[in-house]
Design a protein. Structure first.
Length: 317
């Protein structure tokens, strides 16, 4: 089999992570914003409870890489131009709530920011509001949100381990509670927008597939490993998960059967498919963190490089 070529744009994006150290974006002041926003912050969610927000949720790049959304030191949502570092616009939450998560729509035209009582939608170019989605459980902050690839739905998880699905097509917003008591380390939609996929934490992790239209549980995959990350191929046919054991497992989404197991011998912490499905990228942490590229069909290691400053890889995209 012919060795796949490495797309330079994809390879460059692999090194842009949401934790300090691995970012090749200029000017330098933009990197400073990423570094400051990457630190875990304690936000006052309400008068009775402090909320510790994970750094991944407070930094977001637009899909085209042109804009960076962050939560600044005053609690305002700020969108900056990556090329110049200049702020395009900045807004506080309309209800003066603490913002707990940020996410761009797949087309990059809408930014979602999560407050205590609602999800606010913003026009990325102008900063004008595009409406809001009310939250049914205002006592438990949303700490994770994600758009479907077609931009018609948003899924999120709150501190009480409740997972919700909102339909925003045609200006409507309907909330469906998918699960209660199942903490999902990751939530993502399949690229064809048919499924919402979540993985549970701890040993014997599970991957759950919910139908994105009906909100019904479609299938469940079990493992005897602790899953560190999940990714779905661009054609939505292959699910990959990385385990803390160092194994990279590839599953056929249709049948749920294992296609290939790759033993990386790394402390895996990040995972992503290339847009052509010809490469799987893994990131690691520990004493020798790396970014590596693998052929998913043969299991062959194509590329391996230590990270800048020996920084752990927290996310690949």
């Amino acid at each position: 089999m012919r060795k796949p070529t490495i797309n330079s744009k994809f390879l460059t994006s692999l090194f842009i992570t949401l934790l300090v150290g691995i970012a090749y974006i200029e000017p330098e002041n933009v990197l400073n914003f990423i570094k400051s926003a990457s630190a875990k912050q304690e936000l006052q969610a309400n008068q009775s409870k402090k909320l510790e927000v994970d750094e991944h949720n407070l930094v977001a790049f637009s899909p085209d890489g042109n804009y960076l959304a962050i939560l600044d030191e005053m609690g305002a949502v700020t969108v900056r131009d990556v090329a110049t570092g200049q702020a395009r616009w900045s807004h506080n939450d309309p209800s003066n709530d603490a913002v707990t998560a940020l996410s761009f729509s797949p087309g990059g035209k809408t930014l979602a920011s999560v407050g205590k009582s609602e999800i606010n939608l913003w026009n990325v170019e102008s900063g004008q509001g595009r409406g809001s989605i009310p939250l049914s459980n205002k006592s438990s902050a949303l700490v994770q949100i994600v758009f479907s690839a077609d931009g018609k739905r948003i899924a999120g998880q709150n501190q009480d381990k409740e997972i919700f699905l909102w339909n925003i097509e045609g200006g409507r917003s309907t909330s469906v509670q998918l699960s209660q008591g199942i903490a999902a380390n990751q939530l993502t939609f399949s690229p064809d927008s048919k499924f919402l996929v979540g993985s549970t934490g701890g040993q014997n992790s599970r991957v759950l597939f919910w139908d994105a239209k009906t909100a019904r549980l479609n299938k469940e995959l079990a493992t005897n490993d602790a899953i560190s990350d999940i990714a779905i191929s661009a054609d939505s046919k292959v699910l990959a998960w990385s385990g803390q054991s160092g194994e990279l497992k590839l599953f056929d989404v249709g049948s749920g059967k294992v296609k290939r197991v790759i033993k990386t011998n790394e402390d895996l912490s990040g995972l992503a498919f290339s847009t052509t499905n010809s490469l799987v990228a893994t990131g690691s942490k520990g004493n020798d963190p790396k970014v590596q590229l693998w052929n998913p069909d043969t299991g062959e290691l194509i590329f391996s490089r230590q990270t800048e400053g020996m920084s752990a890889v927290t996310e690949l995209f």
